[in-house]
Design a protein around this ligand. Structure first.
Ligand SMILES: CC(C)(COP(=O)(O)OP(=O)(O)OC[C@H]1O[C@@H](n2cnc3c(N)ncnc32)[C@H](O)[C@@H]1OP(=O)(O)O)[C@@H](O)C(=O)NCCC(=O)NCCS
Length: 124
């Protein structure tokens, strides 16, 4: 909320069409440990897994970041064993750039630059 009030992208609620319930969130994170980067992060209530909701949501958030917020690059920080989360990033055109230790855990840095987004958008 603080970042949002400062005009910097923040979190969005996930509300399935036709339902009056918040079932997850997706949005932009800023981590002091990873300065200069903006992460797209997400979480969904388990009852709503495996419907494609977060892939659709993360895509919209990514597009908002590049198209409306004019971000030059976004990342996602994902534990190597978090296969569902990795699938979301990969289906949205992000690729592993490197592995780091983040808050004590091995973490893959998925990244996408503005130019890569343009090419991905034109090809899909
Ligand atoms: C990460 C997380 C949000 C992924 O949830 P998810 O349900 O697997 O992701 P989606 O909503 O995009 O659903 C994708 C799956 O739905 C299935 N699906 C069913 N109907 C679909 C449809 N109409 N369209 C697209 N996919 C559909 C697909 O098969 C797809 O699985 P696949 O990629 O293996 O093919 C969820 O596991 C979670 O909340 N985990 C805990 C928090 C977490 O780890 N967050 C990320 C930290 S890095």
């Amino acid at each position: 909320m603080g970042w949002d009030r400062a005009g910097i992208p923040s979190q969005f609620a996930v509300i399935p069409r036709g339902e009056n319930a918040i079932v997850g969130y997706c949005g932009f994170y800023h981590h002091a440990e990873v300065p200069g980067e903006i992460e797209i992060g997400y979480r969904l209530h388990p009852d709503y897994w495996n419907r494609g909701l977060i892939t659709e949501t993360a895509r919209a958030v990514r597009n908002h970041g590049f198209h409306d917020r004019k971000l030059s690059r976004v990342i996602s920080l994902i534990h190597p064993e978090n296969i569902p989360s990795r699938r979301v990033a990969e289906k949205n055109g992000m690729a592993v750039e490197k592995q780091i230790t983040f808050r004590g855990f091995p973490t893959l840095v998925y990244a996408m630059a503005f130019d890569e987004w343009l090419a991905w958008r034109d090809a899909s």
